[in-house]
Ligand binder design. Structure first.
Ligand code: DAH
Length: 373
């Protein structure tokens, strides 16, 4: 900077003109008022009160003024810088107070909340329903029996009177397990039904036999709204002296009443299964319309398609050939069996339109079914 210059007129120095000083001061004050965060305020501070701000630059010009002009210019610039610094400090205080208040709200910790509770999650409704069905029969003295999911073909088919050439064998879309070498047969399948547990139960026990067998089964179905290659069945088997189709009917009626309420009943329609003779398809009265939708177009029922009945599964009197395969004398003992799919029952019992919802594992699907244990 050069020495004072007597002929130097402050009025000629653009940065020190009073109206310029006033303008930059007002701009600074407006920017400070508009700063809505501490970060924004820092930027404003650099621009309007920093080393290279207009007021700082004006201040530097003062040294070059003649002595008589210095005082007035110094006062003008000094007052403006003071005002700007004061406004900065006041705005900072305001913004800090706002921030502190916000932090108190946003980061509040409710110390009264329980600290030791984990969300309960939800049980899968298929599990709950299977256990409900088990409970009905356990209460009647039945035992819960289980068998392997990778099953010998002999248990899954042959012992159930489904010989190698039996046409039923090919209707079960079976997953075969490969043997030791590729292409070699292992004699094992993923079980296509829970019926092999009947055989295992009879071989494991002396009659009388009363078992309920829930489990996972497999068929080579494509996954869609009504099919899944992995699904669940419940199988029931009762072997005793003098059991007849009437006992089967009474047992089925009891089950649907326990599951769907009083007044429910079942009907049997002739069918064919190799392991039961006679065999039947079992239907239950539609639990929603109780048959009132039949022939009544004013009251259609979507659950049973206004047929009044819902198909449950298969059943029958155990074929004597099956008893013989298990070493049980068919002259002394007889029995009945039934089996049905749990997914299907869950679908009509709870209006689940798409089976895929059951296998996706989304807790939003399972939660509404509750935590029934
Ligand atoms: N296992 C049969 C199936 O998967 C269902 C079945 C039918 C089971 C008749 C039975 C029965 O116990 O008696 O199609």
């Amino acid at each position: 900077m050069s020495a004072p210059n007597k002929s130097y007129d402050p009025v000629e120095v653009e940065a020190l003109k009073p109206d310029v000083i006033e303008r930059v001061r007002n701009e600074a004050l407006a920017a400070i008022a508009a700063a809505d965060s501490l970060d924004a305020l820092n930027e404003v501070k650099v621009a309007h009160a920093g080393d290279r701000s207009p007021l700082a630059l004006a201040n530097r010009e003062i040294g070059a003024l003649p002595p008589h002009a210095k005082a007035a210019a110094g006062k003008l610039v000094g007052q403006s810088r003071g005002a700007v610094n004061k406004a900065l400090a006041a705005r900072r205080e305001e913004l800090e107070a706002e921030r502190d208040e916000r932090v108190l709200v946003e980061e509040a910790v409710d110390v009264t909340l329980p600290h030791d509770r984990a969300p309960a999650g939800a049980r899968h409704p298929l599990t709950t329903l299977a256990e409900r069905i088990e409970d009905i029969f356990v209460a009647m003295g039945y035992e819960v029996a289980e068998g392997p999911e990778v099953e010998a073909e002999w248990f899954n088919f042959d012992a159930l009177n489904i010989g190698p050439d039996h046409p039923t064998r090919s209707t079960h879309d079976t997953f075969f397990v490969e043997g030791g070498k590729p292409g070699e047969e292992s004699g094992l399948v993923l079980r296509t039904q829970t019926s092999p547990v009947q055989i295992r139960s009879m071989l494991d026990r002396e009659p009388p036999v009363y078992v309920i067998c829930p489990g996972r089964v497999f068929r080579t179905d494509e996954l869609d709204a009504t099919h899944t290659p992995v699904f669940h069945q419940v199988e029931l088997l009762a072997i005793d002296k003098g059991l007849t189709m009437a006992d089967l009917k009474g047992t089925l009626d009891h089950m649907v009443q326990a599951l769907f309420g009083e007044g429910m009943s079942t009907r049997l329609r002739p069918d064919y299964f190799p392991f039961t003779e006679p065999s039947a398809e079992m239907d239950m009265v539609c639990f929603r319309c109780r048959g009132e939708s039949v022939g009544n177009p004013d009251r259609p029922c979507r659950t049973c398609s206004s047929e009044g009945w819902i198909e449950l599964g298969g059943c029958g009197v155990v074929n004597p050939r099956v008893l013989v395969a298990c070493g049980i004398d068919p002259e002394v003992y007889s029995g009945f069996a039934f089996g049905f799919g749990i997914e299907r029952m869950l679908m009509f019992r709870h209006n689940v339109a798409d089976m895929r919802d059951m296998i996706e594992g989304d807790v939003r699907f399972t939660r509404p079914f509750g935590m029934e244990i």
